[in-house]
Design a protein around this ligand. Sequence first.
Ligand code: NAP
Length: 245
Amino acid sequence: MLDGRGAVVTGGSRGIGRAIVQRLCREGAKVVFNFATNEEAAAEVVRSVQADGGQAHAVRLDLADPDGPEQLMETAETHLGALDILVNNAAISHTPTPLAETDTAVFDHVMAVNARSVFLTTRHAARRMRDGGRIVNISTLNTVRPAPGIAPYAASKGAVEQLTAVAARELGPRGITVNTVSPGATDTEMLHAANPPQAIQTVAGMTPLGRLGQPGDIADVVAFLVGPDARWITRQNLRAAGGLA
Ligand code: NAP
């Protein structure tokens, strides 16, 4: 389905990004992904893709660095030859803190990793992606149901959703679709680091489908959106959350 396509996935070493890299490679795409520090996890993803007969290349890059996203895109183009798919997945959360006690530095760092990097990779894609390409940005249900204490994270994801909307308008004439996928609680290190086990159980219990999301649940939605069958879908926010809204 994605044979001959060149794809960039941010944050492919763990969690949802790892599942996206593996799924796109299984569909025949050649994928470049970045990681921040987890070299061994990234190498394991590359090995798993190769064992399946696919091609993936990992780059160590901090997306908080103002030059990081552009460096990722340039490295990717060198490896891929052409850019057809961009999945902006990497993000960080933070310790929930009331607004009154939230440091400016936390806000700035979260915005840099979660939102500015999306602006920069998308700007690169707007200049260089082949016509008919695909951009998918990963947001969160927290923009609809924001929990107290997560102002920087929720604000960063609000920005991502607006970048999706504007990019979809601008790039549509070239046949490039731009969509958001918003996961609900998904079983990754980010979820477990930010929430006590009891809270995670409660969310799973409130979910109509009766469980937490798994990374593969989100990767399958992304694979649909970057594939040929989603050619008429753009500027949407697809909530992949087991019915939690
Ligand atoms: P995760 O398990 O924490 O993985 C994060 C990935 O991003 C890793 O590959 C990590 O690399 C990379 N990364 C983190 N900081 C980076 C930085 N400064 N520069 C470059 N790369 C960086 O996260 P996840 O749960 O899979 O989340 C993936 C996406 O889904 C995020 O956009 C998140 O907001 C969204 N989401 C998650 C949930 C959930 O419940 N899990 C719910 C809603 C939305 P290293 O391995 O090197 O650290």
